[in-house]
Design a protein around this ligand. Sequence first.
Ligand SMILES: Nc1ncnc2c1ncn2[C@@H]1O[C@H](COP(=O)(O)OP(=O)(O)OP(=O)(O)O)[C@@H](O)[C@H]1O
Ligand SMILES: CC(=O)N[C@H]1[C@@H]2OC[C@@H](O2)[C@@H](O)[C@@H]1O[C@H](C)C(=O)O
Length: 373
Amino acid sequence: MLNIIGLMSGTSLDGVDAALIETDGERIGRRGPVLTVPYSEDLRARLRKLLDLAPSLHADDTMLRQAEHDLTIRHVEAVQQLCQKAEIQPDLIGFHGQTILHAPHERRTWQIGDAALLSRKTGLPVVHDFRSADVAAGGQGAPLVPLYHAALLKNELKPVAILNIGGVANITLLGENEAVYACDTGPGNALLDDWAMRHTGRPYDENGKLARKGRVEGAILESLLADPFFTLPPPKSLDRLTFHRAMRAVEHLSPEDGAATLAAFTIEAIVRTPMPEKPRAWFVGGGGRRNPVLMEGLAARLAAPVSAVEALEWDGDGLEAECFGFLAARCLRGLAISQPFITGVPEAMSGGRLTCSDLTPPPWMRYGITQPT
Ligand SMILES: Nc1ncnc2c1ncn2[C@@H]1O[C@H](COP(=O)(O)OP(=O)(O)OP(=O)(O)O)[C@@H](O)[C@H]1O
Ligand SMILES: CC(=O)N[C@H]1[C@@H]2OC[C@@H](O2)[C@@H](O)[C@@H]1O[C@H](C)C(=O)O
């Protein structure tokens, strides 16, 4: 097995999560440590602006290039800090990059990040660009975490739902007979974060304090949920900005009522996701599991028990970063990272690209892995 550092910077734009994982892409050994290197407020604001500009942005845009450079340096720092913490010299990096645009219907998905720079600065080979091949083949390109959930889950609880509440929320349904279904469910924390920033100047509604004091505007909530996305069966995926119009719908509400309504939007979108099997339990990862308004709302509305993924002895902050370490190993070996019931791709397929600097021999030369074709 290889020691791989997985790096994930999610749609919340809060920073880089880094996790060490020992894996060959099938077996999973040691997991952790995990750490987060936060983005500066300035970088976060520049990335947020890039999301708005992305549909018409040229790849050579100066602001884009500068932000890409700066966020790659944050990833270099994350690798260095993790190596120190783990006291280990890793073999490989799985680098997700920062999604600035996701439009699978146009066969476009765009993760920025300079893999060559990351490889040069760390002296390690880097697997990156995990989503493009899937999207090019007609898939959604997301979510990609389900095969990692499937590899991790050992218990007999199935059907079981693993929910990630990041900027966008996504679900993996591990069904009976090894079936794996997945999709994005709707907004996660992103709308709430933007609302909190506007009304409190803070990047998120800490512990749901604002939403807790508000009243849900039922008519607005139902109008938001009338979007055809919510009745579409999986697979389906979202851009961080897909439901940004919800901000306009709640604009006239008080900070508290707006937060309560947006939190209810996240919850109801999850509850109403059409599912091929009925989960017997729900486990929640991502920063949203720290928001008691979301967790209590889900527990009240779902038919099965809801807990944080820590109940499975998983690390809810590191799971996605671990996943991109796991997927990096799978890409290297040409193993599938997506399947028809996960992303809608016509057949199971691998993906990712490998970048090595002049100083980093390809991993198959160093570790006897079969060279991917
Ligand atoms: N104590 C807390 N109270 C409320 N919300 C919280 C708390 N801690 C974290 N969060 C929420 O979690 C978010 C960060 O979540 P996470 O790190 O899972 O996002 P992400 O990795 O960017 O997501 P993804 O890639 O899945 O879209 C914050 O932006 C915030 O909304
Ligand atoms: C295009 C993109 O970056 N999608 C992310 C985003 O963040 C959550 C949700 O939307 C999910 O579909 C995906 O990330 C996770 C890690 C995934 O691919 O499984």
